[in-house]
Design a protein around this ligand. Structure first.
Ligand SMILES: Nc1ncnc2c1ncn2[C@@H]1O[C@H](COP(=O)(O)OP(=O)(O)OP(=O)(O)O)[C@@H](O)[C@H]1O
Length: 277
């Protein structure tokens, strides 16, 4: 199957400091690939590079091939057309992404209008379909509701409705369910999984939570201080982790502590190209 995203030897520098060392991986349509690693390992930097949202002073090398284009060379105006439309992103904190004084139906229709996703006359029914698809209508939430009247899980569903409004080929979910209770988290994950298959959408899921990753992802990328130290099918990675850092992360997740401590695991100096799929 043709990959919807192909990252080739991507590295990121902040001024002269390497933040991400060359990393290569692909995401296929309908596939969920997880990115994990400790705080500061470069997960969000990777997500921001893919979205073209790196801070000023950051530089990328390598290629990000998406729908036949190399995003590292795309002008900002063309990136703006892709972002929120062909590549969507959902975050942990919905209130930073939602406008608190605008009804949720309006915010979803703004997204549809901005990207010209459906003809104007179809926008209102489309909003209803989206609210239905993410389970909000069933929960009695109408398009007229304001974000503050919703629970955390319901706000995440609004974000998801906005993210899938234009049927993106790639969804980047950065710690999307971290703040939710475990039942709501499981419901959201099931929904994202269903939508990925339904829309043949690749999902790049950034998470610290190995339980969530095991349940959700088909493949896992492990980052250690900006290096991709392991990339494997999820079951293989959990059953037979190859890298000491992956083993330490799994041990920490199981026992709440790491043996040996993560900081004592040497950072690879020989991984120059990242781990290929
Ligand atoms: N604006 C910046 N300028 C310089 N360095 C930065 C900047 N933003 C992040 N970094 C550095 O980049 C590295 C990776 O950070 P990043 O936020 O990508 O990690 P992360 O794995 O997403 O962490 P977390 O799980 O805490 O969000 C860290 O060493 C961080 O200090």
């Amino acid at each position: 199957m043709t990959a919807c995203l192909s990252v080739r030897d991507l590295s990121v520098l902040a001024s002269a400091k390497p933040i991400l060392h060359p990393i290569s991986f692909t995401v296929s349509p309908g596939e969920t690939v997880a990115v994990t690693g400790e705080s500061g390992s470069g997960k969000s930097t990777l997500a921001r590079a893919l979205m073209g949202l790196l801070p000023n002073g950051f530089k990328t090398c390598g290629q990000i091939i998406f729908e036949g284009k190399d995003l590292t060379t795309l002008p900002e105006s063309a990136f703006r057309d892709l972002r929120g439309c062909r590549i969507a992103m959902v975050f942990q904190e919905p209130m930073t992404a939602l406008n608190p004084i605008r009804r949720i139906g309006k915010q979803i229709s703004d997204t549809l209008r901005l990207h010209g996703a459906v003809p104007s006359r179809d926008i209102a029914p489309h909003v209803q379909q989206l609210l239905d698809r993410v389970g909000l209508r069933r929960a009695g939430v109408s398009a007229q509701a304001y974000p503050h009247a919703l629970s955390g899980g319901q706000r995440q569903r609004v974000l998801l409705a906005m993210a899938i409004a234009c049927k993106p080929a790639l969804l980047i979910a950065d710690e999307f369910t971290t703040a939710l209770d475990s039942r709501t988290q499981a419901e959201m994950m099931d929904l994202v999984k269903e939508l990925a298959v339904e829309h043949e959408m690749g999902v790049l899921m950034i998470s610290h939570d190995l339980g969530v990753i095991r349940r959700q992802a088909q493949r896992v990328l492990v980052l250690q201080q900006g290096y991709l130290v392991e990339s494997n099918e999820t079951e293989q990675l959990f059953d037979a982790p190859r890298h000491p850092y992956t083993r330490a992360l799994l041990s920490m997740s199981l026992h709440g502590t790491s043996h040996p401590p993560l900081t004592r695991i040497p950072v690879p100096t020989d991984v120059s190209k990242g781990v290929q799929r």
